[in-house]
Unconditional design. Structure first.
Length: 710
């Protein structure tokens, strides 16, 4: 009997050892193949699973990984008659990585799989189940990982729970099952999606995880609202909309999910038809907004307002704004002189300052509203979008050229608005504040290509928010830009420090014409990137005709009234020539892609970037545009310097240039991934593909220090 007992004990220990697989250590994780029971029962399904134990702060990905990443896969090698079902994915968590949002897991993870067992399997044998698990594990860097695993289990007539049974039980509770929502509907309107239903119990928080790639923007805020007809969750659609996007499929996680079941938490899969309709613009509910406004980045509404105000202040120092600011300074000096001559010093300065500020703020809000509306309609646009249109460039070119002719004395008009004494000119003389208001509008139109420090993050936040929030941020940008001029008009003692009125004021006005002409040179160069050489020549002919019209009108003002008709006849010819060169039929330039490829730079595409990072090469991406003056200053003073070029070569950096001079939806989407809506943007990817965003205003030291950290 003792001998028989020893045999039975040895057999039991062998069976227990066979049912326990050894974990495999791979980089920053430990992997193991486990089962919920200690034996295989013929004809009964077997629950097995891949266990991944992540090191602290490392994560792997859900079935739909979000902005980046790859889902974990399991390839089975099973005995004859065995078949494996799909992975049963537990509810993921949101994993913000800079401006991106991923979906995945940290800590200990079990991915269960149901395996069918043949009924004719004979008890008494041992069956070995093999599987290959592959995953991508990330922290600041991402490392592909994988392991060949196996699990040996005895075949018996009955099975008992294994030591992993509690892990299977807790994981099954986290697996979302198909959910039926009462009165559910999904509506899409441009870039906005509204998912509505009548909840059976109060909903405090609600998250949506898509079951299809490229359906929603993972990093965009998800806004929950309690409305008259039930609960509504507002999402942001990924652009461009996929043609097959006709159903909203995903996982809803309410009130903290199944882990908070005592508080009404649950998770369920939904599949709701998606219909076109009107989706209202709603303000974010802070307690329920999940995404870019909360987890994706530390930016909040109040931080965005402060950043917009500071960015607006700094915007006055950017080179693209200087010509209009010099024009405004001339105007302030003229108003101060006129008030002094009338015996009412400073009488109108404050009013002109307020009119200028109103023009600045209104123009920011109008441009933002147009941008938001076009994006909601599906257009891939960003800040400065109007300068991607050649006729807008041509209009600004003509306007600045005429302003320069006025400042240099070719003719006279009030506030630089009209070429004729009737109509607008008469209105301007009777409404002098209109000149300050128009100057504020013009300042914003010209300033929009520039992105100042603090401004990029604020605008990137605003563009992902509901319209009221976004417009508030853009309005605060205008307040920041107008503040120095308001201060100047409300503290006129600063203007009194200037010399007494005299000939110097006329000379100063004439000198200010040359920044206008310099701006014209810049605009001609920008236009050359957008249209063909023949079209550009036609635009230049239009400028010659505009100069002739201004000269003729100046003679008419001097007393030769016949020249007025010559000027009026030349104006439509000038307008026709300028705008005919920007018609769609004009021949395209060789292209910004070809220009970007000159020298050591290659044209950017996401495929090129990913191919380089996959090969282990660091990549520097310059998001730029010809109309972005800040971009051009950085390119010529920093990126083209010998020290920086030598450092790029020494570190083996692939240099990619994403030229946004003309509309490019791929570049717009890439900017959005970094919560940016405009250029410049500079991103340095290390050899593992981890991005680092550099400041908008570059210095050699900034770039060199970033390269040394590779």
């Amino acid at each position: 009997m003792i001998f028989l007992a020893r045999i039975l004990l040895a057999a039991a220990l062998a069976a227990a050892a066979a049912a326990t697989a050894q974990p495999v250590r791979v980089d920053n994780a430990e992997a193991e193949l486990v089962a919920a029971v200690d034996a295989i029962v013929p004809g009964q399904p077997l629950s097995v699973g891949l266990v991944i134990r992540h090191d602290p702060h490392w994560h792997t990905y859900w079935r739909v990984p979000g902005d980046s990443g790859l889902p974990t896969t399991i390839n089975w090698q099973l005995p004859a008659g065995f078949t494996a079902g799909p992975i049963e994915w537990p509810v993921p968590k949101r994993l913000p990585i800079g401006p991106l949002m991923n979906f995945g897991y940290e800590g200990e993870l079990l991915l269960p799989v149901q395996i069918s067992v043949p009924a004719e399997l004979a008890p008494g044998q041992t069956v070995t189940i093999k599987a290959r698990g592959d995953w991508l594990i990330c922290r600041e860097v991402c490392i592909p990982g994988g392991a060949d695993l196996q699990l040996a289990l005895p075949v018996r007539a009955a099975a008992a729970p294994s030591r992993f049974a509690p892990l299977f039980d807790s994981t099954r509770a986290q697996i979302p099952r198909p959910a039926t929502l009462q009165a559910a509907s999904a509506t899409i309107d441009g870039g906005r999606i509204r998912l509505a239903y009548k909840p059976a119990q109060p909903v405090r928080t609600l998250e949506f995880f898509p079951l299809d790639e490229s359906r929603i923007e993972p990093a965009a805020a998800q806004t929950l609202r309690v409305e008259a007809d039930g609960t509504a969750l507002y999402l942001t659609a990924a652009q461009p909309l996929a043609a097959e996007f006709t159903r909203l499929r995903g996982v809803l996680v309410a009130n903290g999910g199944p882990a908070a079941r005592d508080s009404g938490g649950w998770a369920g899969e939904i599949d709701v038809p998606l219909a076109a309709g009107v989706v209202p613009v709603v303000a974010a509910a802070p307690a329920a907004a999940i995404g870019a406004g909360e987890a994706a980045a530390p930016t909040s509404f109040w931080i965005a307002l402060v950043g917009a105000f500071v960015g607006g202040l700094i915007l006055n120092l950017m080179p693209c704004v200087f010509p209009v600011m010099s024009l405004k300074l001339v105007g302030l000096m003229q108003h101060e002189r006129a008030d002094a001559e009338a015996g009412h010093p400073h009488a109108s300065l404050r009013a002109h300052g307020l009119a200028f500020a109103a023009g600045v703020v209104l123009c920011f809000v109008l441009l933002a509203a147009l941008l938001i509306g076009l994006r909601a309609a599906g257009a891939q646009l960003g800040w400065g979008f109007q300068l991607q249109t050649p006729w807008v460039i041509a209009a600004l070119l003509l306007l600045f050229f005429v302003i320069g002719l006025n400042l240099i004395g070719a003719f006279e008009f009030v506030a630089g608005v009209a070429l004729a004494s009737g109509g607008p000119g008469r209105w301007m003389r009777s409404n002098p504040l209109g000149g300050s208001f128009a100057t504020g509008l013009l300042a914003v139109i010209v300033a929009s290509p520039c992105t100042a420090p603090f401004m990029g993050a604020a605008l990137g936040y605003a563009i992902t928010q509901p319209a009221p929030t976004a417009l508030s941020v853009f309005a605060m940008l205008g307040v920041g830009m107008a503040t120095p001029y308001l201060a100047l008009t409300w503290m006129p003692a600063l203007l009194q420090r200037l010399p007494r009125p005299g000939v110097w004021m006329l000379r100063f006005k004439q000198v200010m014409a040359f920044p206008m002409f310099a701006t014209c040179v810049w605009l001609v160069w920008v236009l050359a990137q957008q249209v063909g050489v023949d079209a550009l020549a036609l635009v230049l002919v239009g400028l010659v005709l505009a100069a002739f019209a201004a000269w003729a009108y100046g003679l008419a003002q001097a007393g030769s009234s016949a020249w007025r008709w010559v000027a009026l006849a030349a104006v439509p010819l000038a307008l026709y020539a300028v705008f005919a060169g920007t018609l769609p039929g004009s021949a395209p330039a060789p292209g910004e892609r070809a220009a970007a490829a000159a020298g050591d730079w290659q044209p950017w595409s996401r495929a090129t970037q990913e191919a380089q990072t996959a090969a282990g090469r660091p990549v520097f991406v310059d998001f730029t545009a010809a109309w972005c003056v800040t971009c051009q200053v950085n390119k010529r003073l920093v990126l083209s310097s010998d020290a920086v070029r030598e450092a790029f070569a020494r570190h083996g950096v692939t240099m990619l240039r994403a030229d946004w001079t003309n509309r490019d939806d791929e570049i717009t989407r890439e900017l959005a991934r970094f919560n940016r809506s405009g250029v410049p943007l500079y991103v340095l990817y290390d050899r593992r593909g981890a991005p680092r965003v550099l400041p908008e205003l570059l210095t050699e030291r900034t770039v060199l220090d970033a390269l040394e950290r590779l």
